[in-house]
Write a protein that binds this ligand. Structure first.
Ligand SMILES: Nc1ncnc2c1ncn2[C@@H]1O[C@H](COP(=O)(O)OP(=O)(O)O)[C@@H](O)[C@H]1O
Ligand SMILES: Nc1ccn([C@@H]2O[C@H](COP(=O)(O)OP(=O)(O)O)[C@@H](O)[C@H]2O)c(=O)n1
Length: 213
C-alpha cells in the first residue's frame, strides 16, 4: 500500500505520516528532507549566477547519507533554502525517481511532502491533503522549535511560513495542490491523537472501497 500525505508547512503531515507508517507497518519518507538537504548544500551560493546549476548537481548527487543531520535539516533556515531550490524543475526531476523507488518498495510506504499525490505517486492507494489554519501552524512550529531550545520570534515565524507557502503554491513546477482524489483533513481543531485517528479512518475507508470495486 502506498499512502501520499501532502500539505503546507507545519500542518502536521510528518507527524501523521510517521503515525500511519507505524500503524500499518510501512516505511516512511519525509520528502521535505530531500529538498532541505539540497537547499543547505547550496546555501552559500544563492546569489551566484550558477546557483541553479549547483542546485541541480546537488540534487543529482543526493543520497540517503545526506539526510542524517536532522537537527540542521529541520531548522527554519533549511526550510527557506529548500523552497528556493524546489522551484527549479530539474531539481524536482532529479529527485523524483528516488522518491518513486522508495514508494514502490516491497511492503509499501508512506511519503509526505507537497506533490506526492499529484506528481510523485499519482497512483498512490490513498491520498491525504492535510491543512490547518496559519496561526495554528505557526504556533505548532514555534513550540517545536522552542522544545529544541531555540528562541522564537512568532511574528517573524508567521511571515516566514506564509512566504514559504506562497512560494510553494505559486511554484509552476511544484505540483502543490490537492489531488482531485485526495481526502482533505483539517487538523486545526484536532490534537495529534485525534488527527491520527481521523487519518487511519480515511485510509481504512479508502482501502475498503478499493476492495469493494
Ligand atoms: N494535530 C496536531 N495538534 C497539535 N500539534 C501538532 C499536530 N500535528 C502536529 N503537531 C506538532 O506540530 C509540529 C509540526 O508538525 P509536523 O508533523 O512536523 O508538520 P509538517 O510535517 O507538516 O511540517 C510538531 O511539533 C508536531 O508535534
Ligand atoms: N515534496 C516536496 C517536499 C518539500 N518541498 C519543498 O521543501 C520545503 C520544505 O518542505 P518540508 O516538508 O520539510 O517543510 P515543512 O512542511 O515541514 O515546514 C517546502 O517548503 C517546499 O518548498 C517540495 O517542493 N516538494
Amino acid at each position: 500500500m502506498i499512502i501520499a500525505v501532502d500539505g503546507p508547512a507545519a500542518s502536521g503531515k510528518g507527524t501523521l505520516a510517521t503515525g500511519l507508517a507505524r500503524h500499518y507497518g510501512l516505511a516512511h519518507l519525509d520528502t521535505g528532507l530531500l529538498y532541505r538537504a539540497v537547499g543547505l548544500a547550496v546555501r552559500d551560493h544563492v546569489d551566484a549566477p550558477d546557483f541553479e546549476a549547483r542546485a541541480i548537481a546537488a540534487a543529482r548527487a543526493l543520497d540517503a547519507a545526506h539526510l542524517t543531520n536532522i537537527e540542521e535539516l529541520t531548522g527554519a533556515e533549511a526550510g527557506m533554502f529548500a523552497s528556493r531550490v524546489a522551484v527549479i524543475a530539474k531539481v524536482r526531476v532529479a529527485m523524483r525517481q528516488y522518491q518513486r523507488d522508495f514508494a514502490h518498495q516491497p511492503g509499501g510506504a508512506v511519503l509526505d511532502g507537497r506533490d506526492i499525490g499529484t506528481v510523485v505517486c499519482p497512483d498512490a492507494d490513498v491520498k491525504l491533503f492535510i491543512v490547518a489554519d496559519s496561526k495554528a501552524r505557526m504556533e505548532r512550529r514555534a513550540r517545536q522549535l522552542e522544545a529544541k531550545g531555540q528562541v522564537v520570534d512568532r511574528y517573524a515565524l508567521y511571515h516566514q511560513i506564509e512566504e514559504r507557502d506562497a512560494r510553494d503554491m505559486a511554484n509552476p513546477n511544484g505540483g502543490f495542490y490537492k489531488a482531485p482524489d485526495a481526502v482533505l483533513l483539517d487538523t486545526t481543531q484536532l490534537g495529534i491523537e485525534a488527527a491520527l485517528q481521523a487519518a487511519v479512518a480515511i485510509v481504512d475507508e479508502a482501502m475498503a472501497q478499493k476492495a469493494r470495486n
